[in-house]
Every structure is written in structure tokens, then in C-alpha cells.
Design a protein around this ligand. Structure first.
Ligand code: MN3
Length: 376
């Protein structure tokens, strides 16, 4: 029985993680849940999973919950997440929060030698050098929850495989794959949110439409698997059945396939290196499937190249791009700007940015804050 701490329990990955745990309740037990402000859903989860520890964003919510659930130890705010990193009986620390709120807690959990199952993008995009160095020093595994990185891990067979030559990250291409840029400029947030294959949160769905998401995944893969950027390729695969592949030195390609469902990478992150029967067992029909692979169009999706370039430059650049992107996507979702304005905002921010190499965590957080303040 493995004890799970779950940060971000009411989000898209969080709720699916709980579905996996419910299906495999003889193998996994939820001991701690951290939510933001969705208290209604959190209460249902508390009743169902009976955690020992619960953390919420606001102090007032914590006080109300304390009255209702007297046996649970409650925490709140960023401090609450940090306290979660110190829970001694944790086996797997699942990070499914959005944004940077959990980065310090994740680093603390690594220092406490807890296995990390990581769905949060900002952790590696913004602070990949710092986080991976800590993980190495503490001999801690960081198991990705994202489908592409999970696929790569499954093909590599272990995190460090000397025979792997190139990582090939698949991308569905998003909802605008077959549209012109003129057409893209006219699409509303509502249309951009119709992702052809994956059910996800709003922010990441827009990141799939701009292909920023794929660029961020390249940066994450660089950190997770210690690969040079020149050896990480993006390939458009509209069917989203192959979740990524690895090219080996002898010319072999290994791919991982399955239905496009986050349940599989979530479950693999919890069961790694074992495998169990789970929610998606037997749900994939391989017959009559057509698989296509295309080269990405960097001219139509200039943010893909820009994002990877920011990764190559390193230092503060990924954090700068990430913050500018988040604000721009927020404005687009709010119908304040059109779809192509997202790239205008990000390009101008990146162009004017001053980079620092090997920044501290505080320098990374400061630049994040500064850019959000500037742009909002
Ligand atoms: Mn992905």
C-alpha cells in the first residue's frame, strides 16, 4: 500500500488521479489533499477518500472545514503545501497544481527524499536546473504525469538509457492545425477550446492551439531526461495514439501507444516501475487505426520555435516566456485580445527581456511576478 499526497486535487489531473486511486484502492491510499478554492468538490473528496491532512488556499475556508471535519489536520495557503512536503509517511508526492504555487513545496519534498509524480509544468520549465540538481543530489525520481514524457519514460525503460539518441515528442497539432493564420486570427476563445483529442483545463488547451505547450514539453524533456535540445524533435501526429517515441543509436524507434486519456500516464506515474490493470485496461481497439506523422510548421506556429529557443537560452528565459504566455492566454480567454495577439505579446516580452544565467529560485519568482504585473 502506497501513501499518496495530492496537490491540486480538484483540477483536471487531480480528479483523474483520484479516479485512478479509487480503482486501485488496494494499492494506493490518499493521505493528504490540497485544493484551492473549490471547497464543494473538496468536501466530496474528503468524505470519499478520508485523508489525514487537508490544505486549502484561504484561511477562512480552512476554519469552516475544521469545524466540519474534526479528525483532519488542516493547513492553508502556500505554507500548507510546504507542510505537506514534510509529511513523514508519504510514498508519492503528486504535484497537479497550476502555476508556481507548489514549486517550493516540491523542492522540499525532494529534499525529504519523496518520489515526485509531476504534472505541473512550471516546476521544470521555470526551475528545471535547480529541481533536477536537487533530485540528483537526493537520489529522488521525478516521474512525469504528462502523456508524452510518460511515453518517453516507458520507451527508455529507465530514466538514463545510454542507447537513446533522439526523443520524438508527438503533438496533436491542436484545433487550428488545418487553418490558415488569417482564419486563426478570427477564432474566439470558445472555438480554440474545442480540442480535437484531449479533455484538459482551459489554459493548457489554448497552449495546445498555439503549440506553446509542445515547446514547454520540449523544455521539460530536456530537464527530465538530460537530452540536448538538438536531440529532441517535435512531430505532429493528429490521431494522438502514439504518445511519443524514442530513437535509439541502432536505428530502432520505440513508441508508446494507447487511447488519449490521462488515466494511463497518471496510473503509470503511481505504479512505476510496475504496471497494474486499471481504468483503461482493454479500452483500446487497434483495428482500423490510421496513424499520420508530419513535420511541424514553424512559420504558422512561431511560438513553438520561440518557446524551444527560450529553453536553449536557459536562465530566466523560460520563466519569462511562461509568464508572458500565461497573461496573454488569460487575456485571450477573457476575450480582450485575438488569438494571434497572444504571440505578439510574448514575442515583444521575450525580445525586451534581460537574461540571467543560473538564476536563483528567488530571481526566477521575481521575474515571473514582474512580468505579470507589467502585462496585466
Ligand atoms: Mn502533454
Amino acid at each position: 500500500m502506497k501513501n499518496i499526497v495530492l496537490l491540486g486535487c480538484t483540477g483536471s489531473i487531480g480528479t483523474q488521479t483520484l479516479e485512478v486511486v479509487e480503482k486501485l484502492k488496494d494499492k494506493f491510499r490518499i493521505i493528504a489533499l490540497a485544493a484551492g478554492k473549490n471547497i464543494k468538490l473538496l468536501k466530496e473528496q474528503i468524505i470519499k477518500f478520508k485523508p489525514k491532512y487537508v490544505s486549502v488556499a484561504d484561511f477562512d475556508d480552512m476554519k469552516l472545514l475544521e469545524k466540519e471535519f474534526s479528525k483532519i489536520k488542516f493547513f492553508c495557503g502556500e505554507d500548507g503545501l510546504y507542510e505537506f512536503a514534510n509529511i513523514p509517511e508519504t510514498d508519492i508526492f503528486v504535484v497537479a497544481t497550476n502555476g508556481i504555487v507548489s514549486v517550493k513545496a516540491t523542492i522540499k519534498a525532494i529534499e525529504n527524499k519523496k518520489t515526485i509524480a509531476l504534472a505541473n509544468k512550471e516546476t521544470l520549465v521555470m526551475a528545471g536546473d535547480i529541481v533536477m540538481k536537487k533530485a540528483k543530489e537526493n537520489n529522488v525520481s521525478i516521474i512525469p504525469i504528462d502523456s508524452e514524457h510518460s511515453a518517453i519514460l516507458q520507451c527508455l525503460n529507465k530514466q538514463d538509457n545510454p542507447y537513446a539518441k533522439n526523443l520524438w515528442i508527438t503533438a496533436s497539432g491542436g484545433p487550428f492545425l488545418n487553418n490558415t493564420r488569417e482564419e486563426m486570427a478570427k477564432f474566439s476563445a470558445k472555438e480554440a477550446l474545442k480540442h480535437p483529442r484531449w479533455m484538459m483545463g482551459k489554459k493548457i488547451t489554448i497552449d495546445c492551439a498555439t503549440l506553446v505547450n509542445k515547446g514547454l514539453e520540449v523544455i521539460e524533456a530536456h530537464h527530465l531526461y538530460n537530452f540536448n535540445y538538438d536531440n529532441i524533435k517535435v512531430v505532429i501526429h493528429p490521431q494522438s495514439i502514439v504518445h511519443s517515441f524514442v530513437e535509439f543509436c541502432d536505428g530502432s524507434f520505440l513508441a508508446q501507444m494507447g487511447v488519449p486519456s490521462m488515466h494511463i500516464p497518471i496510473q503509470y506515474a503511481l505504479s512505476y516501475p510496475e504496471r497494474f490493470e486499471g481504468i483503461k485496461t482493454n479500452s483500446f481497439n487497434i483495428y482500423n487505426k490510421k496513424l499520420e506523422f508530419f513535420e511541424p510548421d514553424f512559420e504558422k506556429f512561431p511560438l513553438l520555435k520561440l518557446t524551444i529557443d527560450c529553453g536553449k537560452k536557459g536562465g530566466l528565459m523560460p520563466a519569462i516566456l511562461n509568464a508572458a504566455n500565461e497573461v496573454a492566454v488569460y487575456k485571450f480567454l477573457n476575450n480582450e485580445i485575438n488569438f494571434l495577439d497572444i504571440e505578439k505579446i510574448i514575442f515583444s516580452e521575450v525580445k525586451n527581456a534581460k537574461n540571467i544565467l543560473n538564476p536563483t529560485l528567488d530571481e526566477i519568482f521575481d521575474i515571473d511576478k514582474k512580468i505579470r504585473k507589467e502585462l496585466l
